[in-house]
Structure formats: C-alpha cells, structure tokens
Ligand binder design. Structure first.
Ligand code: COI
Length: 345
C-alpha cells in the first residue's frame, strides 16, 4: 500500500500549541553573490553560519516577514496573501539596501517550504496554523558602515497556536510614553529587526506593570495613536472601523484585509490620524496582525486613566464578526471573493 505522506501528520498536541518555534523538517535558503540570487536549497540545518563581521550583526541590516498557511476542510494547504508579504519585504529591503527578492523567488520558497513540511501543517479545525518566517540578512565580512556584499534569504515554517495566551480573549494594554518604537522618518513602516529590538524595553515596561501589550503614540507629538508593539491598532465606533494612518507604522496585511471585510460587512472604514484623546469614544479596540490575528483589547491605561471597551470582559460584537469572517476565509470555509488564498499543490 502506498501511504499518502501529505496526509500523515506529526504527533503534536495541535490544540495546545503556543506561539513558539516548533521544530520542522527543513527550511529553504537562497544566497546572493556576484549580483544574483542562487536557486533555493532545502536544508535540515537550523543554524546559520555567519562571519563575525557580517553587517546584519553589527548594523542590523536585516528584514523579515510573517505569514500563515492553513489546512482546509478538504485537506488542501493554503497560504494567506503571500504576494502582499513579498511586496512588503521588497519595500523593507529597498529601504535598507538589500537586493530585491522577486515575487517569483518568494513564492517558490513558500511553496517548497510548506510542501516539504506538510506534516507540520496543523490539521483543519485545531485553531493552529503554520507560521512562515522569511528573513534576509547581510552577510560577508565588513567593518565600515555600508551595505553587505553578500546576503542570505531564509524561509522557515513552524506550527503555532495563538500569539497571546487564550487565543481570541481580550488583553489589557498600556500606552508607553517612556520609550519610542520608531522615529518619524525612520524605518517604522518597514519590517526590520531594529524596530522590534527598540520595542523590547517598552514591552518589558508594560509586562512589569501587568500589561501583555503596549501601545505607542507618534514619537514627534505624542498625540496620535501609532501601533501596538506587535501589531496594528483598530477601533470600532458605531458602524465605523477606524485605524491610524501614519508614516511610522507597519502596513499590516491583516489590517488591510480586515478593512476590506469591514466594508463587505457594511461598515464604514476610516484610515486617518487617530488622536489618543478619542479613546473614550471607542466601543471596541483590537490589536491586528498575522500573529495576533485580531486580539481584542478590553482595557487601555493612558496617563493615569483607564479606558474600557466592550463589556470589559468579552470581545465585542464587531470585532467578533470580523475575526470570524477572516478566520473562515483563511481556512477556506467562506468564499474567497478577494482571491486571498494561494494554494500549495
Ligand atoms: C507577525 O505578526 O507576523 C509579526 O511578525 C509580529 C511578531 C511580533 C510576531
């Protein structure tokens, strides 16, 4: 009898996965040398040999992405909007002088890394997903400040559960003004490691005070809402979906998808500067991103005041509707009217 290897799953406790690295069989690597990218090579090695003078180590010449694959009810593997991640990575790379990775290479990597790790694709109905992490780093030896002469593009995949404990359960957030995440004309709109390193102190500051999530204001005026440490900010007021417009936040693909879904659900969408002073007028708030999906936020602490959203305990109705529609589209349970799913065959 010939076993269908694609149907055989790894023996994992799928329903209780956390957002951690779980070992899979292989990752894919492409090397940039002499002005071109190599063909991708699937490897089992989880480590990356690096020269100690590599610019990614000293000068942070690094960009990354995050996207997810899901299993559908009929056993297909689908990836959510990978071309959007490819385009965002291209924009990040351009900003920090990393050579362009074409959509063709990016999609080749997605296809091959999912296919080679099929047994780690969480089974339909478990609530888990396969998180795909592409990253590109400047390699080769260099001491003076300047772009690297060589690069490595790696994509790995790992099965994950919810980013915040408990899944679709509200969390409390703190607005931190003691630290900035990004400078007004810096790289806040790019997915580069430095933004996340800069956010570590703020995140710890929040955790020490009992807040698993922190929210940043614009660093120039401390007047407008920018984004959370891990994800974009959305608010619901009446029938309106509101999300900040800012040069220093990451253009979230989840946020973009949710804005489209909000319109499909008959809501108004406002993407504009959002004043922190508007907090009291919001009915619901959410943190949205690939890892966070939509994490409802039921309390925000800001300048010694507490703001409560929804009933203070549960996710509100609009955020629940948006979450359900998005997650049903992602697993193929709702019509993919916007052609967001990319099937790996
Ligand atoms: C994602 O949502 O994919 C991210 O990269 C955020 C990260 C903090 C996990």
């Amino acid at each position: 009898m010939v076993m269908n290897m694609k149907k055989t799953k790894a023996p994992l406790d799928w329903k209780n996965l956390s957002f951690e690295y779980n070992k899979t069989d292989c990752n894919i690597r492409y090397y940039w040398k002499d002005g071109k990218w190599s063909d991708g090579e699937l490897v089992t090695d989880e480590s990356v040999p690096l020269h100690m003078a590599a610019p990614c180590l000293h000068y942070g010449q690094e960009a990354f992405e995050g996207l997810k694959a899901f299993e559908t009810k009929d056993g297909r593997a689908v990836v959510f909007r990978p071309v959007e991640n490819s385009r965002r990575l291209q924009r990040s790379c351009e900003r920090i002088f990393i050579p362009l990775i074409s959509d063709e290479i990016f999609l080749d990597a997605v296809r091959r890394v999912v296919d080679a790790n099929w047994k780690y694709l969480p089974p339909y109905g478990t609530g888990a997903s396969m998180y795909i992490r592409p990253l590109v780093i400047g390699t080769g030896a260099r001491v003076g400040l300047g772009p690297a002469s060589e690069y490595l593009f790696v994509m790995f995949a790992t099965p994950v559960g919810p980013y915040y404990k408990g899944g679709f359960k509200p969390v409390k957030a703190l607005i931190v003004e003691e630290f900035d995440r990004a400078a007004p004309q810096g790289v806040g709109d790019c997915k580069v490691g430095g933004n996340y390193a800069a956010g570590l102190s703020g995140a710890q500051f929040g955790k020490d005070r009992g807040y698993p999530v922190v929210l940043y204001l614009d660093s120039r005026e401390k007047r407008y809402i920018d984004e959370f440490s891990t994800s974009n900010f959305i608010a619901i007021r009446g029938n309106t979906y509101i999300t900040p417009k800012s040069n220093s936040i990451l253009p979230s693909i989840t946020n973009d998808s949710l804005s489209v879904i909000a319109r499909d659900l008959g809501m108004e969408v406002e993407r504009r500067q959002v004043e922190a002073s508007e907090l009291a007028s919001f009915d619901e708030v959410g943190a949205v991103g690939t890892a966070a999906v939509i994490t409802p936020v039921n309390h925000i602490r800001f300048r010694e005041r507490d703001y409560t959203f929804g009933d203070g305990e549960n996710a509100g109705p609009a955020i629940t509707r948006l979450y359900e529609r998005l997650t049903r589209i992602q697993t193929g349970d709702y019509e993919d009217a916007h052609r967001w799913l990319y099937e790996v065959k």
